[in-house]
Design a protein around this ligand. Structure first.
Ligand code: RBF
Length: 342
């Protein structure tokens, strides 16, 4: 009897080992020009992801023989590691391109099991992993740009004594806490050091009804301008602003299309260009990017502002002149928000 239990246990062990062996590492060597774009969420409604897909698509279209597959992982973050592992284990891809500060940790866990696979991660930071290249935007600068504008518009519309603005975020994460929020606050305080920032959390990146509710009560309490960092949930903030004749400032570009009046300013990151450039380099055989964590900023043209919209042009000329000057100074290094590691 004992012997039988032992041999059954041995059999189970062997089966488990075989399973582990079959799971680790791709069976075939991937075509070096085969690319997966991993969207950690849903692309539609999040400009940062729409640009990720656009930039990767352009690099692949310009590279003869290259192929691209877009994998939309959805909003449940607890499933992302498994979806990534499925993509890696398929053996189909030589490069996985993605964008999000939470991706480096997940990719670094997978990389040792798939030695041929490389990762290009935008809007993220991890130095020293030989399979991973990351590029972080100086989000403090992007925050500062919309902060200055939010401060100026608040004063213009609610009077010189108005000193409250708001940020509605989907969730807390290090880039938000250490770059976006302090940058936004610095911009407000550049207009008036007494500015105070209200902070609210939606809890996810898609619930625009909840975001609209949070925005509605902030606007109702006298806040004039809100910055949403909430992906497609940010549309709820725009809807609330439209309803009350209030304003929003937008991140990552693409905001003006949401409403012709409520979005008064839109900061930009050149995510489409960046993803295009880095993937193009990788597809042409440049291995030097891996292991490197770059930081790009306003000075190099990767962070900026889009003035091309009626709602922005409708702001008083003196306000726009003061704002332009602040953006120009930022590009010239003042204030200096540069940093070498994150
Ligand atoms: N930004 C979006 O626009 N849409 C998203 O669905 C989204 N999902 C995110 C999920 C996680 C876990 C984290 C850490 C960030 C996410 N972001 C998303 C924020 C994005 O990385 C970036 O900080 C903002 O877009 C501002 O540039």
């Amino acid at each position: 009897m004992h012997r039988r239990v032992r041999s059954l246990a041995a059999l189970a062990c062997a089966a488990a080992l075989a399973l582990v062996a079959s799971c680790s590492g791709p069976a075939k060597k991937a075509d070096p020009l085969s690319v997966a774009v991993f969207v950690p969420g849903i692309a539609s409604g999040s400009p940062i992801y729409e640009m990720l897909v656009a930039g990767a698509t352009r690099a692949v279209e310009e590279t003869p023989g290259a192929r691209l597959k877009v994998i939309e992982a959805g909003y449940d973050q607890s499933t992302w590691l498994d979806s990534l592992r499925d993509a890696a284990a398929s053996g189909e891809f030589a490069v996985i391109v993605s964008s999000n500060p939470s991706l480096p940790e997940l990719c670094a866990r997978l990389a040792p099991d798939y030695p041929g696979l490389r990762f290009i991660l935008a809007d993220a930071y991890l130095a020293g992993d030989p399979a991973i290249h990351t590029v972080l935007y100086n989000q403090k600068e992007q925050g500062y740009i919309v902060g200055v504008l939010a401060g100026l518009v608040t004063k213009e519309r609610a009077g010189p004594d108005a000193r409250r603005a708001a940020l509605i975020a989907a969730q807390r994460y290090p880039t938000l806490d250490r770059l976006i929020r302090p940058g936004f606050e610095a911009g407000l305080k550049a207009v008036d050091p007494a500015f105070e920032l209200e902070f609210r959390e939606v809890g996810n990146w898609y619930d625009s009804a909840k975001a609209a509710e949070l925005a509605g009560s902030l606007y109702g309490s006298g806040v004039e301008v809100i910055l949403p960092i909430a992906g497609s949930a940010g549309q709820g903030v725009v809807a609330a602003a439209r309803e009350r004749g209030k304003a929003t400032v937008w991140f990552d570009g693409g905001g003006y299309a949401l409403d012709p009046a409520a979005v008064v300013g839109c900061a930009t990151i050149a995510q489409d260009r960046l993803v295009y450039e880095r993937l193009k380099a990788a597809l042409s055989g440049d291995e030097s990017i891996y292991g490197r964590a770059d930081i790009v900023s306003a000075k190099d043209g990767y962070v900026g502002f889009d003035p091309d919209a009626d709602a922005y042009r409708a702001l008083p000329e003196a306000l726009r002149a003061a704002f332009d000057e602040a953006v120009r100074e930022l590009e010239a290094g003042s204030p200096d928000f540069s940093f070498d590691s994150f």
